[in-house]
Design a protein around this ligand. Structure first.
Ligand code: JFZ
Length: 611
């Protein structure tokens, strides 16, 4: 009796001690974690390259249609498009009962596709929480017949399968809350934002960062005019609750985050330094729409994945499950096709660095690892592939899908009159892969490429805007070529800007000037503007052109925004050697789309030999 009593007390005593020690060690662990460096925080994400976005909420019920009217824009915005009063929209929750939701299948699908993280909308602009919330009863447990915590179910499955789970959270925009932000312009007057912010945003973020284990990232969105202090507070909240958690690009308030988000579906035209991600759709919507069957092909998506990796970014590709909890069958088969490619080729993606060449090639793009280049070939060249400007000695070339690593023949050539290196690779007649074939080029030493543009082996002198020397009134100037327009176009609106390139010409003669611009704007409704007057100057030769569309061309790397071609006269090169060329504008048209003005969406200038 006495003995058991002592035993019981000592057990309780030790349990208490253990509990305290454990608490202490957790505090220690947190403190240690708080000191993790930015590189440590980002490492898993940098290696991952490819993630699954999941847009799921009440909007999956109307699925693009409200009271007999179909809305052709993105499905998760239907409350806005159809101007549905909040009280009426909230009724959707009474119907939300996704009996077919199977988190195990979703996570397995992401894994099969080669995706290394999942980002779920925990609350989108509609304001409805897909998790149990004590801050608002407009949530999955308190407002729906389903009454199971979707965030919890998916998070637990992710933890089980070793898949980082991340949460999208619409922090500034909430159509169920009159105090939340709506318009960038009128919102600074919104004095009540803080009330919504304190009552719902902070508590809900605390909930998702506390109740579901480690969170890989919080994906904030559409910050609108959120005050700097509020954005800062959110950043501190995330850092305090989960120091390892990454903060996405769209926090707002000018507060620095852990990486930058490209605009939706937009891909830059060259290598971008720093951490970045392109969120993208499989069709033309994020949230499920029953009539959106405009699926992109797996081949195009694999090319985009390779291209984004080559430009130094991550690809976050979306699925929009329906109201029953089913990911549309076409999405599943597209992702499985991508997964099939990844099974063979993912070595060229995971943990790979960007291309050492700062330009796009017509045939594909390049990723790299120490001692190796991976040439991702999209368009199969006949017989021979020519890599220009690589100065390293090449030791071996083989196909990545060839288990025997059979050596492929190649020649390294230097064009002595312009000191230009060419690597000529013999290719079989047909591509090993219809989406992206990958050649592994093994090199000696650290990769080094020429730093001046040379006339290429086909005779073209390609001068992309992204690598031009740009000046404004004679001072160095950053003309943004990556974030403002579709497919890496610049948005040129001031006539005192000048673009200049230096390059080497191998073959003298007469050349046609080709000016390539790009469509920009909403992907549902891309725009392009003509009528700009530009001048191309080289020495005492000058050509003046009014930009008009002569032809356009689908650009697989920017899907929604076509390239637009105009010709701009001719230039004459008397002899081989080094030249410099200028592009400036004397008259620029501008047009407003949405909230932004756009002008001449210049991409590149090409000089094509006249034969
Ligand atoms: C936002 C959301 O409004 C949309 O519903 C979806 O969730 C998407 C991933 O993100 O849409 C945006 C946000 C920012 C830009 C464009 C669309 N942007 O910066 O161009």
């Amino acid at each position: 009796m006495n003995y058991t009593k002592i035993n019981k007390y000592s057990i309780i005593f030790f349990a208490v001690i253990l509990f305290l020690l454990n608490g202490l060690s957790q505090v220690k662990a947190q403190e240690l974690k708080a000191e993790i460096s930015q590189d440590e925080r980002m490492q898993w994400w940098r290696d991952a390259k490819f993630g699954m976005f999941i847009h799921w909420g009440l909007y999956s019920i109307p699925a693009g249609e409200w009271k007999g009217t179909e809305y052709d824009r993105i499905g998760e915005w239907i409350m806005n498009w159809a101007k549905i009063p909040p009280a009426e929209y909230r009724q959707l929750a009474n119907q939300f009962n996704p009996q077919k939701f199977n988190p195990k299948e979703w996570v397995s699908l992401a894994k099969r596709a080669g995706m290394k993280y999942i980002t779920l909308t925990s609350k989108h602009h509609e304001g409805f929480a897909m998790f149990k919330s004590y801050a608002s009863d407009y949530n999955i447990i308190d407002a729906t017949p389903y009454a199971k915590d979707i965030v919890k179910e998916l998070a637990e499955e992710c933890h089980k399968q070793g898949m980082p789970i991340c949460f999208y959270y619409s922090h500034a925009r909430d159509w169920n809350e009159p105090e939340a932000l709506v318009h960038r312009k009128s919102d600074p007057m919104k004095l009540n934002f803080d009330s919504y912010f304190q009552r719902k945003v902070k508590p809900q973020l605390t909930e998702i960062l506390t109740n579901y284990g480690p969170v890989g990232m919080i994906w904030f969105d559409t910050p609108l005019s959120i005050p700097k202090e509020s954005a800062q507070e959110l950043k501190e909240l995330v850092r305090r609750l989960q120091p390892n958690c990454i903060i996405s690009g769209r926090l707002g308030g000018g507060v620095q985050t852990d990486y930058s988000s490209m605009r939706d579906n937009q891909i830059p035209a060259n290598v971008i330094s720093g951490d970045w991600e392109t969120p993208a759709t499989l069709n033309d919507t994020w949230g499920f729409k029953k009539n959106d069957h405009n699926w992109k092909s797996a081949s195009d998506l694999i090319r985009v994945l390779f291209d984004i990796t080559a430009k130094g970014g991550n690809y976050l590709l979306n699925v929009g499950p329906d109201a029953e909890g089913v990911i549309p069958a076409p999405s599943v088969s597209i992702l499985d096709e991508i997964g099939g490619w990844m099974d063979t080729y993912s070595e060229a993606i995971y943990g790979a660095s960007e291309s050492p060449f700062n330009v796009e090639f017509s045939w594909g793009n390049v990723t790299s690892k120490p001692g190796k280049l991976y040439l991702g070939i999209f368009d199969w060249p006949k017989k021979e592939l020519c890599i220009e400007g690589l100065t390293n000695k090449v030791t071996k070339i083989h196909f990545l899908n060839d288990k025997n690593k059979m050596a492929i023949n190649f020649k390294e050539i230097i064009k002595s009159n312009i000191d230009h290196h060419l690597l000529m690779i013999d290719l079989p007649d047909t591509a090993p892969d219809k989406a992206v074939s990958v050649l592994v080029v093994e090199i000696e030493g650290d990769v080094k490429v020429e730093d001046i543009i040379c006339q290429n082996n086909k005779g073209t002198i390609a001068l992309p805007g992204v690598i031009a020397n740009v000046t404004k009134s004679g001072e160095p100037f950053e003309l943004i070529f990556n974030n403002t327009g579709g497919g890496g176009a610049g948005n040129w609106r001031e006539t005192d800007i000048n673009l200049n390139w230096e390059f080497k010409v191998e073959i003298p003669g007469e050349y046609n000037i080709e000016l390539v611009s790009a469509e920009i704007g909403y992907h549902e409704d891309p725009s392009w503007l003509d009528g700009h007057t530009v001048e191309v100057t080289m020495g005492d030769q000058k050509q003046t052109t009014i930009i008009k569309k002569e032809r356009d061309e689908f650009n697989p790397r920017s899907q929604y925004w076509k390239k637009v071609y105009s010709s701009g006269g001719t230039l004459y090169f008397e002899k081989a050697g080094r030249y410099s060329i200028n592009l400036n504008a004397t008259d620029l048209k501008t047009k407003k789309i949405g909230k932004d003005f756009f002008g001449f969406t210049f991409r590149e200038l090409n000089l094509l030999p006249i034969k």
